[in-house]
Design a protein around this ligand. Structure first.
Ligand code: PAF
Length: 283
């Protein structure tokens, strides 16, 4: 059995471990996660390793990005299997603070984000979300002082928000986006897929299938709004309640009306049963 990476749980232990990683001028990458690691996360670690970087994986289910009615309490927590998985990839360090370390009792600061964080996508349905993400990611960057941060494209708006935040706040962390890892039937890997019943799991790949169809239609010259309306109907008829299915400019995330306004990204969020799934792809 390969050796598990060391786990830092306090800031002094983290700083000591990072100083050791940086000895001999090694560059450090952080892979921020909330645990429940799947192959999507492991691909981010592999990507950092291939670049010759020392890899710190943070595992922290961040309370400030969940609204009271959301799944903070039930979010899967699988630290032991996460550490076994990271052992197989020779991850260098795990940063697993408690909530009290991350947000001590007198904690009083938050990072406010604009631009891609107010595009009317995730922010419309989860208004608390990006300020919570930006705050914890900003803290992770300050705590670990990485040269690089590796994020999955699956949370596409989040990737754009943290990229902009790092640049706007002069954080000197280069944010790298890595393509979404999918199950064989196209479903984007997500820690929340474990919530799906067998029936829901069979239905879930329709999100990706529909985006692929819309992409093909747009490339063949179809009107954007017509293709989106058909796509929304297909997803709704399959049993999802849609939050959004949109075609946006891939960088600014602003609405587009034609492929000429591109590059174009399709983004979807929809609920099946009690599970909310998000996905996206290049059109
Ligand atoms: O994508 C996630 O898992 C989380 O939003 C992140 C970036 C780890 C911040 O808590």
């Amino acid at each position: 059995m390969p050796k598990r990476p060391p786990v830092a749980r306090t800031l002094p232990a983290l700083h000591r471990a990072i100083d050791q990683l940086r000895a001999r001028k090694a560059k450090v990458a952080i892979v921020p996660t909330m645990g429940a690691l799947h192959d999507g996360h492991l691909t981010l670690v592999r990507n950092a390793k291939r670049r010759g970087l020392k890899v710190v994986v943070s595992i922290f289910v961040n309370p400030t990005q969940f609204a009271p009615h959301e799944d903070f309490a039930s979010y899967p927590r699988t630290m032991n299997t996460d550490l076994d998985k990271l052992a197989t990839l020779a991850a260098d360090l795990v940063w697993a603070p408690t909530a009290a370390v991350m947000y001590p009792e007198d904690y009083a600061s938050r990072i406010a984000v604009d631009g891609p964080a107010v595009a009317g996508l995730e922010d419309k349905y989860r208004p608390h979300f990006f300020s919570g993400v930006a705050t914890v990611v900003g803290k992770l960057f300050n705590q670990c002082r990485p040269d690089f941060a590796i994020f999955g494209e699956k949370d596409y708006q989040q990737l754009k928000v943290v990229t902009r935040m790092s640049r706007d706040l002069d954080m000197r962390v280069k944010v790298i986006g890595v393509p979404t890892v999918r199950e064989k039937d196209g479903l984007a890997m997500s820690s929340r897929n474990v919530y799906l019943s067998a029936d829901e799991r069979r239905t879930a790949p329709i999100l990706h299938r529909t985006m692929k169809e819309i992409s093909a239609q747009l490339r063949a010259g179809a009107e954007v709004e017509t293709a989106l309306v058909q796509g929304r109907t297909a997803i709704t008829e399959a049993g999802f309640a849609i939050d959004y299915l949109e075609a946006r400019h891939a960088e600014a995330l602003m609405p587009i009306s034609s492929m000429k306004d591109g590059p174009v990204r399709l983004l979807v969020a929809a609920k099946i049963g009690r599970t909310r799934l998000i996905d996206n792809m290049r059109a």
